[in-house]
Design a protein around this ligand. Structure first.
Ligand SMILES: [Zn+2]
Length: 98
């Protein structure tokens, strides 16, 4: 049996999350909006132990992991491509003061 792939049950992490799904998460508060508020983003190589906050898939060691922190909150990990959609959806939505 060929054993060319690393890991078990590896899922390709290149699938972009549907923007409407990200929009729903923003609306429900599952994700905070990026852009208007004080958000700090760190990019690093995935540890293989974090799950993406956007698509819920594991962030592999060959992926770029973005850690997104807002204010004093714990950073939220996500894929680079998920961050792109997250940010785009955040900017596309009007900021709602809470
Ligand atoms: Zn993701």
């Amino acid at each position: 049996m060929p054993d060319g792939r690393r890991g078990r049950g590896f899922q390709p992490a290149t699938a972009m999350p549907p923007p409407e799904a990200v929009g729903v998460m923003l609306a429900s508060g599952a994700l905070f909006p990026i852009g208007g508020r004080q958000v700090v983003v760190y990019a690093r190589t995935g540890t293989g132990e974090s799950a993406c906050a956007v698509c819920q898939r594991p962030i592999g060691r060959s992926d770029i992991e973005y850690d997104v922190a807002r204010g004093e909150d714990e950073p939220v990990a996500c894929h680079l491509h998920c961050f792109t959609v997250w940010r785009a959806e955040s900017l596309a939505r009007p900021l709602q003061p809470s």
